[in-house]
Design a protein around this ligand. Structure first.
Ligand SMILES: *Cc1c(COP(=O)(O)O)cnc(C)c1O
Length: 382
């Protein structure tokens, strides 16, 4: 927790859990990405934290934005980004949203099949848009990631060649290839195999007379939760080596789309212990600790106990014991950590504050709107 966040929370009088994001940390993260991958453009993944202050800072620093919907595009534009700095990176788009994006001036689109290319072709015709660029997303197995993205997005590399040719034949700019190695990717080598596939696609497209320009390296850069993670410099080095290995001295234009790595460590959630109890009189029985925040109020990424947040309390340093940690709603799915119980101080009691660190990404907007009458997570950006 930064001194600025600590000071802010010391003076906070309102009730209820809240997220506090320190913009100095976001600024520092942006600088680290820019330094670690100097020839790469940064497209911040807006979904990780779309707070206007975060977007405004990143726009000022020169970042571009990866958006998944028209609303996210409008947020990026309102924050000061120009449309040439925005991509529509969702591979699942309504055709009328593609039209709207083109009307806003956005020209860079992700696809992973021919039907999606056809939507963009029709939308470009309908709006009279030129220079529309598409990149094809390929499947990535997500091995090594704590939040893998499965098979929902992307196509097989052999199919990507067909999809890009299909776009090119219809007058779109077949711009490049993208992939996502899985979020919270702790293996710095995870980009290697996807870059080998990307190089093969560049080669196969060139044989068909199509010159691709860009590789979108996606997100996946981790933030520190309980386990330590490699520094962003290690990712930069490993990616550069993989690019050289597979593309030789013809390294393409590259972009990255960090979300978690840009904002995760910038935010702390303050929450409160509502209840500490046991399920039987048995002295060995594990404690249950219930917080006023849970799976539906901002901690959705505890699903399958994937993301384990560091939790600080005023009792740290005292005796610790495992507990089951749960949220406040009347839904039995609202348990954060049970399969692997969580160590918290024995003296933790009802009414105590807890501080959930590394909570700047995928919390405020990754929540139910008003399940059980609990309001959405409050957010302060300082
Ligand atoms: C969510 C997403 C990202 C951000 O991923 P992180 O693991 O948070 O860095 C990047 N690109 C795309 C296309 C995404 O959907």
């Amino acid at each position: 927790m930064t001194e600025r966040i600590r000071e802010f929370l010391r003076n906070r009088r309102e009730d209820g859990p809240c997220l506090v994001v320190d913009l100095d940390v976001v600024r520092d993260n942006y600088a680290k990405f820019a330094r670690a991958l100097p020839d790469t453009r940064v497209f911040y993944a807006v979904k990780a934290n779309p707070a206007p202050e975060v977007l405004g800072l990143l726009a000022k620093l020169g970042s571009c934005f990866d958006t998944a919907s028209v609303v996210e595009m409008e947020l990026a534009l309102a924050a000061g980004a120009t449309p040439d700095r925005i991509s529509f990176g969702n591979t699942i788009k309504k055709e009328r949203d593609v039209v709207r994006a083109l009307e806003l001036g956005v020209r860079l689109f992700a696809v992973d099949c021919e039907a999606e290319v056809d939507k963009i072709v029709r939308a470009a015709e309908a709006t009279g848009s030129d220079d529309v660029r598409v990149f094809c997303r390929i499947l990535c197995d997500g091995a090594g990631a704590e939040w893998p993205l499965s098979r929902k997005f992307g196509c097989a590399p052999e199919m990507a060649v067909e999809v890009l040719e299909h776009a090119w034949r219809q007058g779109l700019d077949a711009y490049g290839v993208s992939f996502h190695v899985g979020s919270q990717q702790r293996d710095t080598e995870a980009w290697d195999q996807a870059l080998a596939s990307a190089a093969a696609i560049f080669h196969d497209c060139a044989e068909r007379g199509i010159r691709l320009s860009m590789v979108n390296l996606g997100g996946g850069f981790p933030t520190k939760y309980l386990k330590s993670v490699p520094a962003v410099e290690a990712y930069g080095q490993s990616i550069f080596q993989a690019l050289s290995r597979h593309f030789g001295n013809r390294i393409p234009e590259t972009i990255i789309e960090p979300g978690r790595g840009m904002v995760g460590n910038a935010g702390v959630i303050e929450a409160e212990v509502v209840l500490v109890s046991k399920k039987s009189r048995d002295a060995d029985e594990i404690r249950w600790v219930y917080l006023d925040i849970g799976k539906f109020g901002g901690l959705a990424e505890t699903m399958d106990e994937s993301i384990r947040y560091p939790i600080r309390t005023a009792h740290d340093g005292g005796e610790m014991a495992p507990c089951v940690l749960a949220g406040p709603t009347c839904d039995s799915a609202d348990v954060l950590y049970e399969k692997t119980p969580y160590d918290l101080p024995v003296s933790l009691s009802i009414g105590d504050k807890v501080f959930i660190e590394g909570a700047g990404a995928y919390t405020t907007t990754y929540a139910a709107v008003a399940f059980n009458g609990f309001p959405p997570l409050k957010s302060y950006v300082i």
